[in-house]
Design a protein around this ligand. Structure first.
Ligand code: URA
Length: 192
């Protein structure tokens, strides 16, 4: 593990990183959610999905009869990818950005090891970043809300949209489809 951490710390640009966290929840655990990367609140509190997207996530988790203490939650990239912008007055503003492929690859072995230790019956990918990292699918639009068996991982996979997509996509039909995916997940969990 020491070697892996050293490899990570020598291969990123500290200017583009705003802290880091690891996964949260029981090990082993039957249900593993994999998100994209932490944001500001997650780094401050040291846990995944505790910011705005986390509130949405937890609301739906509770809706289908689950709670945070019953599931494991982790990310594809363990540090917070940031971009800095210097305003006209010289003030620096910091915002989140999606992780680059090279950054996702830094955590490949660590995430694989976490999956092996957690040994879940099902992995729920949240958004395109974990989907592309863990499956052959290229876009969440083609596979969300369905249960697949992934031969490479030897695991059930259930792809879902990222909870923050509700913030960006205000179409009421999208919200209905998103909620339906959670209800489909509830049904899928009964079959595994
Ligand atoms: N979004 C993610 O993908 N992961 C988090 O931990 C928080 C927000």
């Amino acid at each position: 593990m020491k070697l892996k951490i050293k490899n990570i710390s020598e291969n990123y640009n500290p200017e583009e990183i705003g802290g880091w966290i690891t996964g949260d929840g029981p090990v082993p655990c039957d249900i593993l959610f994999v998100g994209e990367a932490p944001g500001k609140t997650e780094v401050e509190q040291g846990k995944p999905f505790v910011g705005m997207a986390g509130e949405t996530f937890e609301g739906y988790l509770n809706l289908i009869g689950l709670s945070r203490d019953k599931v494991r939650i982790t990310n594809t990239c363990f540090f917070r990818p940031i971009k800095k912008k210097v305003g006209k007055t010289g003030k620096i503003s910091i915002s989140n950005r999606p992780p680059k492929t090279s950054e996702v690859n830094l955590f490949k072995e660590v995430l694989d090891e976490e999956i092996s230790l957690v040994n879940p019956k099902i992995i729920i990918t949240l958004g395109n970043v974990p989907l592309k990292r863990l499956t052959e699918f290229q876009s969440i639009g083609e596979c969300h809300g369905k249960l697949f068996f992934n031969e490479t991982l030897n695991k059930n996979i259930f792809p879902m949209y990222h909870p923050s997509s509700l913030t960006y996509n205000r179409d009421p039909n999208f919200k209905i489809a998103y909620e339906e995916d959670w209800l489909k997940l509830k049904e899928a969990l009964k079959t595994i």
